[in-house]
Design a binder for this molecule. Structure first.
Ligand SMILES: CC(C)(COP(=O)(O)OP(=O)(O)OC[C@H]1O[C@@H](n2cnc3c(N)ncnc32)[C@H](O)[C@@H]1OP(=O)(O)O)[C@@H](O)C(=O)NCCC(=O)NCCS
Length: 517
């Protein structure tokens, strides 16, 4: 699931704040990272593994940062990253924004005293937290990350499916299991309603995902899907659906190995049944059903920080309808800018610029599959698509997914493509607006057209289709176009997880070639 709901602005861990430049004196220069822009902050608790906390992209004020122009007011984004046991260079996660020629806080940034930031960070540290459920599961535990004695690969070995528990897990007496038939109009209406009222919200409860029924069908019924992996539980008395979780089959490549996995999504428990340890029962039950089909690994994304992400990615947002985004509180009017200046800033041409840019059709499937398969080989974790899965996941479906290819005007070759999915959000408690239409960058491959030009055309067609915002994670090569195309980092972070598969080190977002819905 995408963690959607980050409002535009700088994020400090999950705190959603940035740091005031005047307090940088409190920072302690950090030696482990041999770069001149990393600093360490004192931590109250000591994590079990070697761990450094880096403050990246430090505002250059009076601070003697090497290789820096001594420009005053040269703001950069802040980001705190916990690097455990030899993860990649933190600098790779550092994003620069253009110099600001003013002493104002950059647009969308909020100032907070540094000591307050450190306190909030310490409060959010996950290491000391007990995970009664996840500590019993075959997932990489926090303490295991970076341990060279633990091999990469499956954590538990598979057993014959006859040895898998044949009966569902026990539920409280008032609840009963149900298998959801997505081909039934009535059941998909019920699931839509349930998620529409209970699924993911942002921290401020301003927005909630509003996945359409068509989207849910698309997301849950790819080639070879198992109906038995669409699991829910009902309240026996009212017959109402009050819990849900899904799996779909996916071939995933982890380094050189292609593994048949499940992708877990749409975990949801009715608001009135929260904190009753029902989520672990749903997870165990769907995993049991995977095992019955001889699937022993799974991939999942979540906003929640659990043992142990293989990577943590940030959402970036490109305003397409800035007035609405400001009015609904998704973004704020940058200081010292008028609404008309902001509108002007985010204006886009009426038409796309790349010759041969057009909607993907069924006859493009072989060429798109070739491009995508080639492209994804460079990432550590990525799906292993074939023509059937590309046909399902990339052929355009109105208000669900859109894909555009570039057909070379002379040769007719398909040289590039871009795609995005459509996930509306309910705007909660706003008298003027009820829906925010968000496009989520999906898979984009460029071999001839520069990626930023291709993605600018994606923004243009998204704008033509009335999207309010275009969201992208800084995975794959997305980082190369985000600044250029006026995306801003949001407060939403998305953690990627593998179930029953250990990677020795955390991956950089740029090493991930996987988008989950
Ligand atoms: C996510 C949700 C199902 C969790 O249910 P809950 O009632 O809050 O929590 P429960 O008491 O049932 O279970 C708690 C356990 O589930 C784990 N958990 C919570 N959210 C989780 C998630 N998104 N993925 C996996 N495990 C999760 C907790 O870490 C805890 O396990 P631990 O003790 O090992 O840490 C519920 O909050 C919900 O429906 N939220 C809205 C939808 C949502 O956010 N879905 C997650 C999408 S990834």
């Amino acid at each position: 699931m995408p963690e959607p709901l980050g409002v535009i602005g700088c994020a400090l861990w999950h705190a959603g704040i940035s740091i005031s430049s005047c307090l940088l004196g409190n920072l302690v220069r950090n030696s482990p990272a041999a770069d001149s822009e990393s600093f360490s902050l004192p931590l109250h608790s000591s994590p079990p593994q070697p761990c450094s906390l880096y403050l990246l992209g430090v505002t250059v004020f009076d601070l003697s940062v090497e290789h820096q122009q001594p420009a005053r007011h040269n703001y950069r984004r802040y980001k705190l990253i916990v690097e455990m046991g030899g993860a990649g260079s933190p600098l790779d996660c550092c994003e620069e924004i253009p110099d600001e020629e003013s002493s104002q806080t950059p647009p969308g940034y909020v100032e907070e005293p540094l000591d307050e930031c450190v306190r909030m960070f310490n409060d959010s540290l996950p290491f000391g937290k007990k995970h009664e459920f996840w500590e019993t599961q075959p997932v990489c535990q926090f303490k295991d990350l970076g341990n060279p004695d633990l091999p990469e690969g499956p954590i538990e070995q598979s057993t014959p499916s006859s040895e898998v528990m044949q009966e569902p897990y026990a539920l409280p007496p008032e609840l009963e299991w149900t298998t959801c038939d997505m081909t039934s109009e009535e059941t998909s209406d019920e699931i839509y309603e349930f998620l529409n009222n209970n699924y993911v919200e942002d921290d401020e409860n301003m927005f909630r995902f509003d996945y359409s029924k068509e989207f849910l069908r698309w997301a849950l019924c790819p080639p070879g899907y198992y109906k038995s992996w669409h699991v829910g539980f009902r309240d026996k008395a009212s017959r109402k659906l009050v819990g849900f979780i899904t799996g779909i089959p996916a071939r995933m490549r982890v380094r050189g190995e292609v593994i048949d996995m499940a992708e877990i999504n749409f975990l949801c428990v009715h608001k009135e049944l929260r904190s009753r340890r029902l989520a672990p029962v749903l997870i165990k039950e769907v995993v049991r059903r995977f095992r019955l089909e001889n699937i022993w690994q799974a991939a999942k994304t979540a906003g929640a920080y659990l043992p142990t992400p293989i990577a943590t990615c940030q959402y970036w947002h490109r305003s397409l309808n800035p007035t609405k985004l400001i009015n609904i509180g998704f973004s704020s009017l940058p200081s010292r800018m008028t609404t008309s200046q902001v509108i002007h800033l985010y204006e886009l041409p009426d038409t796309t610029s790349t010759p041969g840019f057009r909607k993907m059709g069924p006859h493009d499937v072989p060429a798109v599959t070739r491009l995508l398969r080639d492209y994804l080989t460079q990432f550590v974790v990525a799906p292993d698509f074939d023509e059937d899965t590309v046909r399902h996941w990339l052929l355009p479906i109105e208000n669900v997914v859109d894909t555009f290819v570039v057909e070379h005007p002379d040769t007719g070759d398909i040289t590039d493509f871009c795609s995005f999915s459509c996930i509306p959000l309910s705007i909660l408690g706003n008298p003027d607006y009820s829906t925010l239409k968000a496009a989520y960058s999906y898979y984009n491959v460029s071999t001839k057209t520069p990626l930023d030009q291709l993605m600018n055309d994606a923004l243009i067609v998204a704008k033509q289709r009335d999207f309010d915002v275009f969201n992208a994670l800084h995975i794959m090569h997305n980082k190369t176009f985000l600044n250029e195309l006026k995306f801003l980092p949001g407060s939403g972070y998305l953690h990627y997880y593998l179930y029953n598969y250990r990677l020795q080190d955390r991956l950089l977002p740029s090493e991930l070639g996987l988008v989950l819905l």
